[in-house]
Design a protein around this ligand. Structure first.
Ligand SMILES: CC(C)(COP(=O)(O)OP(=O)(O)OC[C@H]1O[C@@H](n2cnc3c(N)ncnc32)[C@H](O)[C@@H]1OP(=O)(O)O)[C@@H](O)C(=O)NCCC(=O)NCCS
Length: 163
């Protein structure tokens, strides 16, 4: 699997990787009916870096990395991950997250924080926990899940400082 920076030529493929997840509305708080252009902008704009994962020349997943806050909060990184439905369950997100943690350390971030991990997204919650994140808070009823109603969203965090 190759993890590389996104290029403008990847935008069409990026949307095909993202679309089903956005339309399902179960994991990200993004408008379920958003257009391709809005979706690509939502994922790529204002990010420090956006990368894609390729298997056999095909883009199967993506992540972005950015400071979680500006100014005096900019030592904490934030990232988002998305894997195409057909490529799930093969360790792509695990590899992307490991890559982002190493990249964040390399860039001098002292911690990584996820602000909104929907509590019903059990695959993600378990994976992030296995990769060192802890749930530091849960915002009650923060997400309107399309089939499960109002559910909580976890703030997940891990230190990147050496012990
Ligand atoms: C969450 C997500 C990124 C996981 O991607 P992925 O590439 O399938 O994850 P991995 O293959 O690295 O799997 C992580 C673990 O979950 C397991 N897993 C993945 N999909 C699974 C499934 N559908 N059913 C059961 N287990 C599953 C894997 O076996 C793996 O466990 P293991 O390490 O013990 O083998 C992906 O499902 C996704 O893009 N979801 C929509 C967007 C999203 O939720 N992003 C994260 C927001 S916080």
């Amino acid at each position: 699997m190759l993890i590389r920076p996104i290029e403008p030529a990847d935008h069409e493929t990026l949307w095909s990787v993202m679309e089903e997840t956005i339309r399902a509305g179960e994991t990200y708080a993004a408008p379920m009916q958003m257009s391709r252009d809005d979706g690509v902008r939502w994922w790529t704009e204002g990010k420090e870096s956006v990368l894609v994962a390729e298997i056999g020349g095909q883009v199967v997943g993506t992540y972005y990395l950015k400071p979680n806050q500006l100014g005096n909060g900019s030592h904490v990184a934030n990232a988002g991950y998305l894997v195409a439905p057909f490529a799930r369950g093969q360790g792509v997100a695990k590899r992307l997250c490991e890559h982002s943690l190493s990249e964040a350390r390399h860039r001098g971030y002292l911690a990584m924080q996820f602000n909104f991990v929907v509590e019903t997204n059990e695959t993600a919650v378990r994976l992030w926990q296995r990769l060192g994140f802890q749930i530091v808070a849960t915002v009650p009823r923060a997400f309107r899940h399309p089939t499960r109603g109002l559910v909580g969203a976890h703030v997940m965090w891990q230190s990147l400082e050496a012990d």
